[in-house]
Design a protein around this ligand. Structure first.
Ligand code: FES
Length: 350
């Protein structure tokens, strides 16, 4: 039998406090975040006066107004507001957290808890290129420790460190959602496992190797001078250029990335039973749709034959008979979901 040795640990990113250092309890426990490089060395905190010009710029105000308009409660926008602060300042100093709390109408303590829970928020300035290496299981078995070790050696820094020229900071993170490319990394907000035609690339099945790390570092050095601004972002703060991750990946936005994307149908288990009264349709549905319609197959095309109420549990097609085929269409707001599975009417048993 194989024997495995190792550690089970959780990322602790919550050892900051607003005004004091870590508590004594936290100090007595090993902090696995140190292993991954998510350290929060004490850094000089800028005053509100210093950061105000960036957080109160017309552009930021516009984005905040847009963001708040998307949520029924301002607090729902907290993650995005913190993200905007990080984008404007490069990290989220304490005063920026207080500002975000004010914008979202929640307590500074709540905003602080949120900002320190997610490792995507930086609590100290980092190098110009933040290299985030996935160290999770798929990347690990595909050689992440080797490429991380190689990069540490090449840059002469340890995980969590920043090169003396301020160009690179190296950290390790949990699954980036691009496991098929393992080992994989993010260079700032862009996935990268290779460089082609002067661009960072993430091609299916192409993972990081020491040779590709060399190419990526070379790309960074070459871009140092011109890479003065963050990659362009959409109104939600998601990266628009060159982003190939799923919508939940770091830097991605909640906007669908496929123009005619339709969500899966929230109506399940459609059944059609024929009797003397016609065909009775029943279904189960998630509550998010705002309108439903029943369609019947006529020849080779679908024809709408009715729109049950949202609370209805059945629909009777008086002209239907055994063998008729039905499907249901759900609409949620302005978005029409994919059609439900097709139900063929069967004779009522006994
Ligand atoms: S395990 Fe590395 S991206 Fe998922």
């Amino acid at each position: 039998m194989n024997e495995y040795q190792g550690h089970l640990h959780f990322v602790a990113n919550n050892t900051l406090t607003l005004d004091k250092g870590p508590s004594a309890v936290v100090e007595t426990l090993p902090n696995p975040a140190d292993q991954l490089g998510h350290k929060h060395p004490p850094v000089a905190q800028p005053s509100w006066k210093e950061i105000a010009p960036k957080l109160e710029s017309p552009e930021v105000k516009l984005r905040i107004a847009d963001m708040l308009s998307r949520y029924p409660q301002a607090q729902g926008a907290l993650l995005e507001v913190l993200w905007i602060a990080q984008e404007a300042l490069g990290w989220v100093p304490r005063e920026a957290i207080r500002w975000a709390a004010g914008v979202c109408g929640c307590s500074p303590a709540h905003a602080f808890g949120v900002a320190t829970f997610y490792t995507m928020y930086k609590h100290a300035p980092t190098g110009r290129f933040l290299l985030q290496f996935c160290r999770n299981i798929s990347c690990h078995v595909m050689g992440a420790p080797d490429v991380i070790g190689y990069t540490e050696k090449t840059l002469n820094i340890k995980t969590g460190g920043t090169t003396p020229d301020g160009l690179f900071t190296l950290v390790q993170v949990e699954c980036l959602g691009a496991c098929g490319n393992g080992p994989v990394m993010l260079v700032n907000d862009e996935f990268a496992t290779d460089v082609e035609n002067g661009k960072l690339t993430l091609k299916p099945g192409v993972g990081l190797t020491p040779e590709r790390i060399d190419k990526i570092l070379k790309w960074c050095y070459a871009r140092e001078a011109e890479f003065k601004v963050e990659p362009s972002r959409d109104a939600l703060g998601g990266v628009v250029n060159g982003h190939k991750g799923h919508s939940g990946a770091p830097g991605a936005s909640a906007k669908s990335q496929v123009a005619d994307y339709a969500p899966p149908c929230p109506i399940l288990g459609v059944k059609a039973v024929a009797s003397e009264a016609g065909v009775t349709l029943t279904w189960k549905g998630a509550p998010e749709f705002t309108q439903i319609a029943v369609e019947r197959l006529e020849g080779s095309s679908w024809k709408s034959i009715g729109a049950p109420g949202l609370k209805d549990k059945e629909f009777i097609d008086a002209t239907g008979k055994a063998g008729s085929e039905y499907r249901m269409i759900a609409t949620s707001g302005a978005r029409v979901a994919k059609p439900s599975a097709v139900a063929k009417a069967i004779e009522k048993a006994g």
